[in-house]
Ligand binder design. Structure first.
Ligand SMILES: O=C(O)C(=O)/C=C/C=C/O
Length: 481
């Protein structure tokens, strides 16, 4: 069985239990130095069709009749398989995203293992409801059983490739669905390693299928518009989400979307200053701002505004070892916003350009961590998602103004609130129009909690029972006694 070595061989696809390639390939680029590190197959439409048929076949076969206990055990074997090849997964994730190794070692790969283990547990512990009904129509027993949706399409992004692929694949498989996954064309490698792990874990052919390729007019679109796909789970840009939703409308296909964001941080004067500065440095610049949860808008209560801007700017200037943008195209997009910010009248407190490392990273796609001030809420720089290492800092005077500023956005995924006033924390957090509000922390995750955004940031929630609810259909059975 072919092993996908980190960043060297052509990256495999996986359909109906066997590894596949395609004649049509495109280059895989290392964003740290721009080097070509592999070839990625572009799945033709007929392979997409075969994968969907294989998934349907698995549901009619041993996968579809597998017990909860056996499915839970299978998820555990996948988690153990990832753990056993931890180094391969880290090497591949780092090589294809350019993210700091420490981030892949402490977040991306451990979370993928946790995702499969969490859903092995949640599946096994899942309760269903039963009601003993006494009514004028007679006495009955009402109970709920759950059926999988069927063939689930998973489209996952390039920023947290394995974390976000497994965040959908684990609950989809836990609920008994068969999966056809299409990761971002930028980062196929850890998905291919996952296919090897799933193959070794002995899941029946067709339970999990993996395709590579581009989105529009290619494998991604062929998959999400496929009439035999029963549900679509997608993480990525809001505009792509809209396009997928339009395609899904023709077959009324249910969708679960985790989309873009323009996340706000609210820093009150009574905050632990050091914690708020360090926390906002992390939430704005982790993975060079390429996480949907990252902060791009910071609002600081006026008494500490100047001191906060100076501290954040100084630490942003000192940031080292940060990774590149995922591609030259994304780097150019982020730089275009750096130019736009200045055109809109921003003051550049830190960064604003391209670092000069004096080594082969200068052939990569790095941009400087950037802190901006001086723009009105109407500025495009403050309203549009940039998805890079950049945040804009503005002052506020009252709690109500802080909430109004935070909510003045088309997005609503995550927010942070920094205050040592307990009453204020519990007053403000629920008023912020976001799916997740962190108080005196950021990206502290419990996989049982609801995860997702409001407004243009998404549809539905992932995590805990929320994912299992999306990936299954409850059936109420009413038996007259
Ligand atoms: O932490 C999670 O569960 C998650 O889904 C993170 C998403 C980040 C998107 O960029």
């Amino acid at each position: 069985m072919r092993r996908t070595a980190p960043g060297s061989d052509p990256v495999a696809m996986y359909v109906a239990g066997s590894f596949r390639w395609a004649d049509d390939t495109f280059p895989l680029i290392d964003p740290t130095d721009g080097a070509v590190i592999g070839a990625v197959p572009e799945a033709p439409r007929e392979l997409v069709d075969e994968a969907v048929r294989a998934a349907r076949g698995a549901l009619a076969g041993p996968w579809g009749s597998m017990s909860v206990g056996d499915r839970s055990a299978a998820l555990r074997r996948i988690a153990d398989g990832i753990a056993a090849r931890f180094g391969d997964f880290v090497d591949t994730e780092v090589r294809e995203t350019g993210k700091p190794r420490a981030l892949a070692e402490t977040m991306d790969i451990p979370r993928a293992i946790d995702n499969f283990r969490a859903y092995a547990d949640l599946l096994y512990a899942r309760r269903d409801s039963t009601f003993h009904t006494v009514s004028p129509q007679g006495e009955a027993l009402n109970y709920t059983v759950r059926r999988p949706l069927g063939v689930v399409a998973v489209i996952s992004p390039w920023n947290l490739p394995l974390l976000l692929l497994s965040w959908k694949v684990a609950p989809a498989l836990a609920a008994g669905n068969a999966v056809v996954a299409k990761p971002s064309e930028e980062t196929p490698g850890t998905a291919a390693l996952l296919a090897e792990v799933i193959h070794e874990a002995g899941l029946p052919p067709g339970a999990f299928n993996l395709l590579h390729g581009h989105g529009a007019g290619a494998a991604g679109e062929f998959l999400t518009s496929h009439p035999e796909v029963d549900a679509i789970a997608f993480t990525g840009e809001s505009a792509t989400g809209s396009a997928i939703m339009r395609a899904a409308a023709d077959h009324v296909t249910p969708v679960s979307f985790e989309l873009g964001g323009k996340n706000a941080a609210l820093v009150f004067a009574d905050a632990d200053f050091e914690a708020a500065v360090e926390g906002t440095l992390r939430s704005a610049f982790t993975h060079s701002g390429q996480i949907c949860l990252c902060t791009e808008r910071v609002y600081v209560e006026r008494p500490i505004y100047d001191e906060f801007v100076a501290a954040l700017g100084e630490r942003a200037r000192k940031l080292a070892g940060y990774g590149p943008m995922i591609s030259a195209q994304h780097r150019d997009k982020v730089l275009s916003y750096y130019r736009l910010a200045v055109e809109e009248g921003a003051t550049v407190v830190a960064g604003g350009g391209i670092p000069d490392f004096g080594d082969d990273r200068d052939q990569g796609f790095h941009v400087e961590p950037t802190v901006l001030t001086g723009l009105p809420s109407t500025a495009r720089t403050v309203r549009e998602e940039i998805f890079g290492p950049v945040c804009h800092v503005a002052p506020f005077d009252t709690e109500d103004e802080a909430v109004r500023l935070a909510n003045d956005s088309a997005y609503g995924l995550a927010a942070t609130v920094w205050t040592t006033n307990l009453s204020r924390a519990h007053r403000v957090a629920p008023r912020v129009e976001a799916g997740i509000v962190w108080v005196n922390c950021w990206n502290l995750r419990d996989l049982r909690t609801p995860f997702g955004g409001v407004k243009a940031s998404g549809i539905g929630r992932e995590g805990g029972e929320y994912s299992l609810d999306f990936f299954s259909e409850p059936v109420n059975v009413c038996v007259r006694i």
